[in-house]
Write a protein that binds this ligand. Structure first.
Ligand SMILES: *[C@@H]1O[C@H](CO)[C@@H](O)[C@H](O)[C@H]1NC(C)=O
Length: 325
């Protein structure tokens, strides 16, 4: 007769299998593949940083790329760079995402979009008490309201195009790891990025029937002109706390983002820390992948423990920092 211990050992894989099968049945929305070859990909904040890297990556995979930004000179420089790298002539669109009329006009000029990447973002770290309200509003307006303006303007065209072609469409929204966890000095920035998650979770339910799939990208600090500027000004405690997450190259973030949106991943982490953060903050978000769902279910308790450990570390750091002053 088999020992109880052996039976127990056999039971573990069986339980995992049953759990996996249950999650395969439950995981929603259903998995999807979003082609980008020969499709119209519109990227905002497309003249530098992650946006430009995304434009190059999409163009090199055969997409028709439009880039939208405020500054025509920089857009034209970016178009030259994309052409040199890929041979593709991107369309450039000048608009300030804060202006809904300008956004609507740019999208009309661009024509129907298959993949909309809302990548524009501004970032001015400062303690709430010291931060100018105008700066806080600037972040909310560009990061959050800009995304509203873009989706509002693009959606009618995207819906009819998805229906016409029968191909799934994508709306990808650039968040940040600061959209998953609050950090000292990020009150306004985190608020704008957390807000995008509420927008995305609700929007996915609203557009799923039109074969439109929402993704959110959560990169860590990324080596861009924006970050270099930001690091000069940010509070010392922000640097100490946020400095622990590894910086990524724009090209690497772009690759993760593009791969993730093509698989219709709702949450796209960009590195190992990001994957851990995604598991820790899965909450009630949609999940297409039964494998990831299994990891989330099994990891939940442990990840909460790790999160408590992180908070301990941050609060100790803050306490020590104040004690020295
Ligand atoms: C546009 O970008 C160019 C090149 O970086 C810069 O010289 C110019 O000042 C910018 N224009 C505006 C209005 O910001």
């Amino acid at each position: 007769m088999a020992s109880p211990f052996l039976l127990f050992l056999l039971l573990i894989p069986l339980c995992l299998l049953v759990l996996f099968l249950a999650l395969s049945f439950l995981a929603r929305p259903k998995s999807v593949r979003i082609p980008i070859k020969n499709r119209h990909v519109l990227i905002t904040g497309g003249s530098s940083g992650i946006g430009l890297a995304l434009a190059k990556a999409a163009a090199s995979q055969g997409a028709h790329v439009s880039i939208l930004a405020r500054n025509l000179t920089r857009l034209e420089e970016a178009r030259e760079e994309i052409k040199l790298a890929t041979g593709h002539m991107a369309r450039v669109l000048v608009a300030d995402v804060r202006d809904p009329q300008a956004v609507a006009q740019a999208l009309e000029e661009a024509g129907p979009v298959d993949v909309l990447v809302c990548n524009q973002g501004v970032f001015v770290p400062m303690e709430l008490e010291k931060q100018d309200l105008e700066e806080a509003k600037f972040m909310i307006d560009v990061n959050l309201m800009g995304t509203f303006h873009l989706i509002k303007a693009a959606l009618p065209g995207m819906k009819s195009r998805a229906k016409e072609t029968g191909l799934p469409a994508s709306i990808a929204i650039m968040s940040s790891q600061a959209g998953q966890v609050g950090i000292y000095g990020y009150t306004a920035y985190s608020a704008s990025k957390f807000a995008l998650r509420g927008l995305a979770e609700s929007l996915q339910q609203e557009v799923i029937a039109h074969n439109i799939h929402v993704s959110m990208i959560f990169p860590p600090d990324t080596a861009t002109p924006g970050l270099a500027e930001e690091q000069k000004k940010r509070p010392e405690l922000t640097t100490i706390i946020a400095g622990s997450s590894g910086e990524m190259k724009a090209e690497d973030v772009a690759k993760k983002a593009l791969d993730g949106l093509k698989e219709g991943q709702f949450i796209i982490p960009c590195n190992f820390d990001g994957t851990m953060l995604a598991i820790a903050t899965a909450g009630l978000s949609p999940q297409r992948s039964a494998v990831t769902a299994l990891v989330e279910v099994l990891g939940a308790g442990f990840m909460r423990f790790v999160a408590i450990g992180f908070q301990w570390n941050w609060y100790s750091t803050i306490q020590n920092w104040h004690a020295k002053r």
